[in-house]
Ligand binder design. Structure first.
Ligand code: PMP
Length: 353
């Protein structure tokens, strides 16, 4: 008998690399290439050390109120957390306690199965079709809950709100979580459905479209009862998760809608341009509605391109996993960064012939 018999053994989530060198082009973890809204930097400068002496408001009321105003919901319909990873982990813990397996796609955000294992939640994956689209019928079976990212990651594929609604409607007796981490890049949110379906929880993040991955803010919006159950679990775990500067700076980001629209618009325009240019080099794609492309080349294996890019200081993401092992996930950077990547690829593919 060893103490190790009583250890909770899990296989942790593997995030994209965060290289230390400064002179690389980093297109591997779906960060925003632009800075956060100007008000955020101003607020950061204003924040005096004195304010750090006190505990933060554990309800993060200022941020919750700003989000409520922006999304036109009641503050009691919002739950905030330390990145959407924190919010999703809390939601798994709170809502997925049944005996039936929870359902999510086979190709999806690779944290879902990690949380399921951690919290000992039974789960079943539903294979996407050949075009990486959800087969909605897979979700019309008895289950303990559902989590679907829309747009999906790492495919970028967006499913219509109508299909999402069918899935939510068919599963009124379990909680359906729609993870909208990438919805601001051309998708459409299911948020208007929260008053119609009390089993719908929508999760979003400041990490991508609000350029604040480093500060860690995520939030969930849903029926008041769902939110109050989430709060109960959160306050039984750790009350002060969101720190005071984060609450202040997050509030600044939500209130600058003009800047938000400007940077998301720029990323969408860059994505579409880069897609056209890469298509000329022999790449094809899913119709990504996210801040990344999911690309494959007609001739050259993805793993080889991944290595070649990396050796030249351009980091993208590659998974050696079934069905996606000939794909690259390329985060959309600035036009300048993308032009450097395109120039490299053009040259590399020509020389390789
Ligand atoms: N959901 C999906 C689908 C993601 O790709 C990510 C980013 N890794 C997250 C949630 C979590 O992002 P964050 O914790 O930075 O909000």
């Amino acid at each position: 008998m060893s103490w190790e018999n009583n250890v909770r053994k899990v296989e942790p989530y593997v995030a994209g690399e965060q290289p230390k060198q400064k002179d690389i082009i980093k297109l591997n973890t779906n960060e925003c290439p632009y800075p956060p809204a100007p008000g955020v930097a101003k607020k950061a400068k204003e924040m005096m050390c004195e304010s750090l002496r006190l505990y933060p408001d554990m309800n993060a009321e200022k941020l919750v109120n700003a989000l409520a105003e922006y999304y036109k919901v009641k503050p009691a319909q919002i739950f905030v957390g330390v990145g959407s990873d924190d919010v999703l982990a809390m939601a798994f813990m709170t809502f997925f306690n049944g005996k039936e397996p929870i359902l999510f796609p086979d190709i999806t955000y690779s944290f879902y199965d990690v949380w399921a294992e951690l919290h000992r939640i039974p789960y079943k994956v539903c294979p996407l079709d050949e075009e990486f689209k959800i087969r909605k019928e897979d979700y019309f079976v008895p289950n303990g809950g559902i989590v679907i990212p829309n747009p999906n990651a790492p495919t970028g594929v967006f499913e219509s709100v109508e299909v999402m609604e069918e899935i939510i409607r068919a599963n009124r007796d379990v909680v359906v979580i729609i993870d909208e981490a990438y919805v601001d890049f051309g998708g459409e949110s299911v948020l208007p459905l929260i008053d119609k379906y009390d089993n719908l929880l929508v999760v979003q993040t400041f990490s991508k479209s609000r350029a604040m991955a480093g500060i860690r803010i995520g939030f969930a919006i849903g029926n008041e009862k769902l939110i109050s159950y989430l709060q109960d679990v959160k306050f039984s775990f750790n009350s002060y998760t969101m720190n005071l500067p984060t609450i202040e700076m997050g509030t600044e980001a939500v209130t600058d809608d003009t800047y938000f629209k400007e940077i998301t618009g720029k990323i969408i325009a860059t994505r579409e341009r880069v897609k056209d240019e890469m298509a000329n080099l022999g790449f094809s794609f899913t119709d990504s509605k996210a801040n990344f492309l999911f690309a494959t080349h007609e001739r050259v294996p993805a793993q080889e391109i991944f290595q070649a890019l990396k050796e030249n200081g351009i980091y993208v993401r590659y998974w050696n996993k079934p069905r996606i092992n000939n794909r690259l996930r390329i985060t959309i950077g600035t036009d300048e960064q993308m032009d450097k990547m395109l120039a490299f690829l053009k040259n590399y593919l020509k020389e390789r012939n």
